[in-house]
Design a protein around this ligand. Structure first.
Ligand SMILES: [Ca+2]
Ligand SMILES: [Ca+2]
Length: 502
């Protein structure tokens, strides 16, 4: 027995001493080639036979070696000295892979996305009538804008924003539209517009336009049909009975127009009052009527199909009014109701930001998204809600999973009462603290309905305000001419006043 053990030991030693990895296959080959297992001098062959034999060799003294057979390998691999490091290495590998995947996801999640076009460069707002006049008729026009595209490009502007150019009257400052699908003749033709869009895109620029969905002009075909109670147009506007005696109207309630006095106007043709948030020439559309919402949707689609890259939706907080028609609350409770005629004398709880208004804005977003599916064709959506408190304005960014505007326009820098550093700091930090996480800021230093920087703050502030604009995080928005410090001109009569401050 001791002799046999010694023999096995010598076999093990001879195995250990092997320099080549013969393995089973090679050993079997040898066996096949040499049928005489007893031939002396071939220890490798003996080792294969004895390991495979019915009596297991005692491998206690055998050390791991290259080419060891499976049985030997298993014997060693179950030993703690090999098993523990192996398991440690295994779990280290698994943990490393998981950490790597987690880190990759986290980096992707927290990394800023590639900037889209509306984030990557400044927006340049143009009030077309007081921009370049291409045909010397005294009115700036679309061809004039096209003529100046080279200049605009030199400013590194990315987006041209053209304010209202729809067919309208000057009387309501171009915000009462007679036809949402027509270019006002003073600005040119639809062909001019199409040429302008093509030229803007050729320069690698984008175009956004104003759109005012709240109301139309009283000259709009819809209003003419509505005041005659024609078919579906009957309820396109907000009509209510009111008392008209001796030329004096007793309106349905105390609601006031933004420009003062009652927001109700008696219409002799229909013999009812219609509601207007702005002037009486701008009757409010009835956004509770699905047909009206459909009409607006088709108009948005009309311009998107023309190649427009985005909209500034104007006056959206006025889209809905309360149906109950209760009086709004006076700011000064003791004031005699008949003397309350100024817009600021009422709280506008029933005529602005009504429940459902944001749903309409989200529907606008939905329409834009349908036209944003092609690469590089994202359609921008901005909302205008100037004058509201900042917490209400940032609501137009939408909710975490329900997007509305890409941004509501931030005009607080245009409202600086004093350009002191403290005040500027306050305005900037206020916006940054209020915008929802992950949303994109924007900054305006001028606008078509604001006094020029030079006239508002003084010539010495033009450069510093322009520099400030381009160093803030977010999209810089400027009004044409602010880059060269243009000033206001004096208005000589009321019909020019709007253009004068522009
Ligand atoms: Ca002209
Ligand atoms: Ca309205």
């Amino acid at each position: 027995m001791a002799e046999e053990k010694s023999k096995r030991g010598s076999i093990g030693m001879s195995l250990k001493g092997c320099q080549t990895n013969n393995g089973f296959v090679q050993n079997e080959d040898i066996l096949e080639k040499d049928p005489d297992p007893g031939s002396p001098g071939d220890s490798r062959q003996h080792s294969a036979v004895s390991i495979l034999g019915p009596e297991e060799p005692d491998l206690k003294d055998i050390q791991p070696y290259a080419g060891m057979p499976k049985e030997v390998l298993f014997r060693f691999s179950s030993q703690a000295r090999y098993r523990v490091p192996r398991e440690i290495l295994f779990w280290l590998t698994v943990t490393s892979v998981l950490v790597l995947i987690g880190a990759t996801i986290a980096i992707i999640a927290i990394s800023p996305k590639c900037l889209d076009w509306w984030q990557a460069g400044p927006m340049y707002q143009i009030y077309p009538r007081s921009f370049k006049d291409s045909n010397k008729d005294g009115n700036g026009d679309l061809k004039g804008i096209q003529d100046k595209l080279d200049y605009i490009t030199t400013l590194n502007v990315k987006t041209v924003w053209i304010t209202s150019f729809y067919k309208s009257t000057l009387k309501d400052f171009r915000h009462g539209i007679e036809d949402f699908r027509e270019i006002d003749p003073i600005f040119g033709t639809m062909k001019d517009f199409e040429n302008l869009v093509a030229a803007i895109h050729d320069k690698g620029l984008k175009l956004i336009i104003d759109f005012i969905p709240n109301h139309t002009s009283d000259k709009h075909a819809w209003f003419q049909l509505s005041r005659n109670r024609t078919g579906k147009y009957t309820d396109y506007y907000i009509w209510h009975d009111c008392v008209q005696e001796n030329g004096i109207t007793t309106p349905p309630n105390n609601w006031l127009s933004v420009y003062g006095n009652s927001s109700w106007h008696f219409d002799e043709i229909r013999n009812q009052c219609y509601f207007h948030q702005f002037t009486k020439e701008q009757p409010d559309l009835n956004f509770r009527n699905p047909d009206v919402q459909e009409e607006i949707k088709e108009i948005i689609q009309f311009w998107l199909a023309k190649g427009v890259d985005g909209f500034s939706f104007e006056a959206v907080k006025f889209l809905l009014e309360a149906e109950h028609l209760r009086n709004e609350i006076q700011v000064i409770k003791t004031q005699i109701p008949d003397t309350v005629t100024q817009y600021s004398e009422l709280y506008h709880d029933f005529t602005t930001m009504q429940v459902g208004m944001h749903d309409i804005v989200r529907n606008f977003r939905y329409i834009m998204d349908q036209y944003s599916t092609e690469p590089g064709r994202y359609r921008f959506m901005g909302t205008e809600a100037y004058g509201d408190s900042i917490d209400k304005i940032v609501m137009y960014y939408g909710l975490p999973f329900i997007q509305e505007a890409d941004f509501p326009f931030n005009d607080y820098l245009t409202r600086l009462d004093t350009p002191s550093g403290d005040r500027v700091f306050e305005v900037i930090t206020s916006w940054m603290e209020h915008i929802p996480a992950g949303k994109w800021p924007n900054w305006m230093i001028g606008g078509s309905d604001r006094a020029r920087l030079t006239s508002r703050l003084g010539k010495e502030y033009v450069n510093i305000m322009n520099m400030l604009l381009f160093t803030l995080p977010g999209t810089p928005i400027t009004y044409y001419g602010e880059e060269i410090g243009m000033g206001n001109i004096l208005a000589t009569n009321i019909s020019e006043s709007y253009d004068a401050v522009s």
